[in-house]
Design a protein around this ligand. Structure first.
Ligand code: NDP
Ligand code: MG
Length: 344
């Protein structure tokens, strides 16, 4: 069954008429949602802690930043757009005490709801409007008259698996979905499409993809590739070009027309190498590891590990960030980008 997709005509922005939407956190997503909703005619208030660039930006954009507690008190719809690892604490302290039946929560990622660090009181709608792109793009596309598609869900589907069956029915869930779709329309997402999902499906697939493919898998793949060539004595810049830069062209072709379309554009030699070598690399062993990574997401092990790390002040995270930033591949990349800039 293809995923159910909602567009502008399926969403009723008037569900937000007379209501106040609080955007909590004026970061990547927060700023884009606040500006788009305001331009769509919604009454928007912003919560942003003082002292940093985002606070100044909110003021420059014409908002008067409030505390999270005050904004949650005034609002009917509360969009929690803080970093996932900071949400549990801020939610318990500032937001939850201000909730009452009839209010709605909006999240842009299901992490806290899915793993139970965020629980709303009875009568509060819990919704998900997760844009499939960074905040800068959510804003830029809106201004252009288009939008970034999103995933929508209503109701807190804590349990994993069988996501489709969970989406059926109570009146509350219908109202919650209506609110989610109105919000999705307000940020411009239904101009392109809001795809129905559940908190569990969105959270688990998103974490899996970023760990195994788009972030973890890809960076490990290109790093191992560059290292293999450099260790064999090839010039680092050449290694970087072929293993890192060319990824973009291939990915663009795949996104535009699928794997076969990409394969029509590359040489027959490349295509034959693709068929005969790729499956040697991503073999049964790699897929077995992918299944273990997915299982750690589904059973909450990854979420506990990341929450514990945040509570401990992120020592491992910060050490790894520093270590990875000083990997030799980054120095090679700097030289390659410099070279390209000079030739522009
Ligand atoms: P950002 O890191 O860009 O912004 C976070 C905001 O929260 C900032 O305004 C920051 O303020 C504030 N903040 C951070 N820590 C605290 C804290 N402890 N207490 C109070 N305020 C705090 O977040 P994102 O926009 O990237 O993420 C928000 C949500 O959107 C997340 O759930 C994320 O998963 C989701 N999402 C993000 C996407 C993306 O591409 N970025 C894509 C889709 C979903 P300050 O400036 O003072 O630090
Ligand atoms: Mg993601």
């Amino acid at each position: 069954m293809p995923a159910k997709t909602y567009r502008d005509q399926d969403a009723d922005l008037s569900l937000l008429t007379g209501k106040t939407v609080a955007v909590i956190g004026y970061g990547s997503q927060g700023r884009a949602h606040a500006l788009n909703l305001r331009d769509s005619g919604c009454k928007v208030i912003v919560a942003q802690r003082p002292g940093g660039a985002n606070h100044r930006l909110a003021i420059e954009d014409g908002f008067e930043p409030l505390s999270a507690a005050e904004a949650s008190r005034q609002a009917d719809v509360i969009a929690v757009l803080l970093p996932d690892e900071a949400q549990a604490e801020a939610f318990g302290r500032d937001i939850r005490p201000q909730l009452a039946p009839g209010k709605s929560l909006v999240f842009a990622h299901g992490f806290g709801v899915r793993f139970g660090t965020i629980e709303a009181p009875e009568g509060v709608a819990v919704t998900l409007v997760a844009p499939l792109g960074p905040g800068s793009l959510v804003r830029a596309q809106y201004v252009r008259g288009s939008g970034v598609p999103c995933l929508v869900a209503a109701g807190s589907h804590g349990a994993s698996h069988a996501p489709r069956e969970e989406t059926s029915v109570t009146r509350n869930a219908m109202n919650a979905l209506g609110t989610a779709l109105a919000y999705a329309k307000g940020i411009g997402a239904t101009r392109v499409g809001a795809i129905e999902t559940t908190f569990a499906e969105e959270t688990e697939t998103d974490l899996f993809a970023e760990q195994a493919i788009t972030c973890g898998g890809l960076t490990a793949l290109v790093k191992a590739g560059v290292e293999t060539l450099v260790e064999a004595g090839y010039q680092p810049e050449i290694a970087y070009f072929v293993c890192v830069h060319e990824v973009r062209q291939i990915v663009d072709l795949i996104v535009r027309g699928g794997l076969s379309h990409m394969r029509q554009s590359i040489s027959n030699t490349a295509e034959y190498g693709d068929y005969t070598r790729g499956s040697r690399l991503i073999a049964a062993e790699t897929k077995a590891e992918m299944k273990r990574i997915l299982a750690e997401i589904q059973d909450g092990q990854f979420a506990r590990e990341w929450s514990d790390e945040h509570e401990a002040g992120s020592p491992v995270f910060r050490a790894m960030r520093q270590q990875q930033a000083s990997h030799p591949i980054e120095e090679i990349g700097r030289r390659v980008r410099e070279m390209l800039a000079r030739n522009e």
